[in-house]
Design a protein around this ligand. Sequence first.
Ligand code: SF4
Length: 418
Amino acid sequence: MPDFLSLYIHVPFCRKKCPYCDFFSVTDLSLVNAYVAGVCKEIKLCSAMAGPWPRMPVHTIYLGGGTPSLLSVNQMHKILDMVQNCFCLAPGSEITCEVNPGTVDAPYLANLRQLGINRLSIGVQSFDPRKLSFLSRIHTRKQVFDTLEGAARAGFANLGLDLMYGLPGETHDVWQADLDTALGCNPAHLSCYMLTIEPGTPFFDCCEKGLFLPCDRDRRMDFFVQTAEVLENSGYIHYEVSNFALKQKNCSVHNSHYWHRGAYLGMGPSAHSFVPGKTGGSPGRQSGSGTVLLSSKEKGSVRSWNAADMQAWLDVLAAGRLPRAGCETLTPAQEALEQVMLGLRTKNGILVKALDQDIHAFLVRLENQDLGIFFVPVGAADISRRFRLTRTGLTRLDSIVDTIATKIFDKMHFYDNF
Ligand code: SF4
């Protein structure tokens, strides 16, 4: 398990709410100053928490949102300064900031670089004016290019573009044009997400009223395969189901840390934190029939979260307490399932020796259907054998994880009552 800490800072402001988005953010920018003071206080409180985590080296900081680029350079400076004063920031840490075109200009980007931010995740979504308009994004195609140019001039070599596909009526040609334009910009990283219709969003209401339909399962798979084929043929590493890196060094360290279930502390309204348990779900006791998953007696990982409510978050901080709205200790079954669920999303896959025989047999069946593959990482011993999904397997990720979940929960129930 990685022995470093990641920090996530949620900046919950947007100029306008996009109708598909269910992330927590507000459009009242008069709250920004109170937020900055609040998040600085939270950083300080987090660093004083009990346990070893606050004293671990921090390797990644991620400013996400919302739209972090709505903060002024000065406000950004205050937050990063507070992190630097309170945590042990390792040299060469990856410091990412999400920026949205239409909220930044070249001098602003140059200032972010000066503050030590060394990676940008740019919320492009599309280069196609029709798609941008359907998504109600605030930016134009030209503003995307201006942002990319400003970022390159500011010296950001590690640039990631977020793109979205599978809009109602979108054709493969339209998506291909977006991919081609993105590739023409030669970004170090691409995140390609399918438009999902989340309950509680205006798009969800539109679907309920029959104004448009979400993409069906077959088309979703076709778009996914098209994306993976085009980007891998262009030399990108498909290292996570939605993420592609030009070179190994361009894979997001921060997000990889999540997928490896490393420790992270989240600050800001709605942010989540995760502190791995003693074993973090790694293989536990053995039985005659093969490796079983963790014993429920072992200390589990803890996940906690802040209120998705600006005033509630500010009120708790004003009282001098950490604004945790809830927390849970994962059961052994949850630990095991998370490992599988997150691992199968990635090119690294999952460690085979941690698995029960029944699950192992299921993976063998997947391999026989070309949905997965067993492999030993280069230079590793056979005991480090892993299993990952193929491109076709990834199109069935959800149902594969569901089947494994059923097996895990049946098994855990059996052993917990043994
Ligand atoms: S800018 Fe991003 S965070 Fe804000 S509403 Fe749109 S999608 Fe959501």
